[in-house]
Write a protein that binds this ligand. Structure first.
Ligand SMILES: [Zn+2]
Length: 330
């Protein structure tokens, strides 16, 4: 009998309770259209635009989507996730002046669907694509708070006022007792230091152990001495992480010089440094990632290959137990 490490890894994950997808955007899953792709577009195709542009470009789709559309997209993603062996999943859900509360209402219904039809646990976080400082956007954030399981944030949406964005999220965490997940350091750019900013904010607010950083890709752009100090700071803050390996492996070539690394959360350093890292799919078949299907086995494989991290016991923890921890389920 031939021994196949990848198949064995998968079997152990399934027998440990199945994958936990700790970060996704199911409300926009399968929203990419043929017109968004280069072969059907004479100008710069939507899928080729920069991340910040896409944050606005999704508005057209969001504006035209009703609660039933959102429900259909979310439940389609949940069924696909079930096929991939996922038994617990967290999705950020847009709740802002463009999506209104339609996606969130659909997600609340999908939670029941997941539990009754798929025997899956579906966990909801709010996505703050329009920030939390603009008064109208803030109102939607406040409306979402009682309906979400986890408070989601995107400091980059309040560019130049990231600190204030974090203060709003973390104050809400204190008043509601809910955990917080924040998108940080996702551009593979040495000028980003959002993980450090988040860890310091967590300590300032006394929320050690209650906050999770999603991505942390730009950490790999920093010199080793900075990285080592950052890991210590993250330990002090009890900051955990979600790695979404496929999310930025498509980072564009540029001429900025950094330590040689792959554009992925550096688990090969973080896990030995004692940090908790979970796994997420991030976007599925939308204008951000048209070809991503949300298969967490593929994501795990990308993670272990891109970081040369072969510790099977730790990889199983990344795929299962750590996901439960960052979702506050254990
Ligand atoms: Zn995300």
């Amino acid at each position: 009998m031939l021994w196949m490490p990848l198949a064995q890894l998968r079997r152990k994950i399934i027998s440990s309770g199945g994958f936990v997808n700790a970060h996704a955007h199911f409300d926009r899953a399968y929203s990419v259209t043929p017109e968004d792709l280069p072969e059907n577009n004479s100008g710069t195709a939507t899928v080729e635009r920069a991340l910040r542009e896409k944050w606005q470009l999704v508005d057209a789709w969001k504006k035209n989507s009703g609660e039933d559309d959102y429900f259909s997209h979310i439940t389609s993603a949940l069924r696909a996730q079930h096929e991939f062996g996922v038994r617990v999943a967290l999705s950020f859900i847009d709740c802002d002046p463009v999506a209104g509360t339609r996606a969130l209402s659909a997600a609340v219904k999908a939670k029941k669907y997941a539990s009754e039809q798929l025997q899956m646990k579906f966990v909801i976080a709010c996505q703050t694509l329009k920030g939390v400082l603009n008064p109208e956007a803030r109102q939607y954030f406040e409306t979402a708070l009682p309906l979400v399981d986890i408070i989601g944030g995107l400091p980059g949406a309040d560019r130049g006022r990231e600190e204030e964005h974090l203060d709003v999220l973390l104050s809400a965490a204190k008043s509601t007792g809910k955990r917080v997940h924040v998108h940080v350091d996702q551009n593979n750019d040495p000028n980003e230091r959002e993980t450090e900013q988040l860890a310091r904010a967590v300590i300032r607010h006394g929320l050690e152990g209650q906050v999770t950083a999603v991505h942390g890709i730009s950490i790999g752009c920093q010199p080793k001495s900075y990285r080592q100090e950052l890991y210590k700071l993250c330990r002090d803050a009890g900051l955990s992480f979600v790695a979404c390996p496929g999310a930025w492996l498509d980072a564009r070539r540029n001429e900025v010089l950094t330590p040689t690394h792959n554009a992925v959360t550096p688990v090969d350093e973080m896990i030995p440094a004692g940090l908790c890292v979970a796994l997420g799919s991030d976007n599925i078949s939308d204008i951000y990632k048209p070809y991503a299907d949300g298969d967490l086995m593929v994501e795990l494989r990308m993670l272990l290959e891109s970081t040369h991290f072969y510790d099977a016991a730790e990889l199983i923890r990344v795929a299962v137990d750590n996901g439960r921890r960052v979702l506050g389920l254990v």
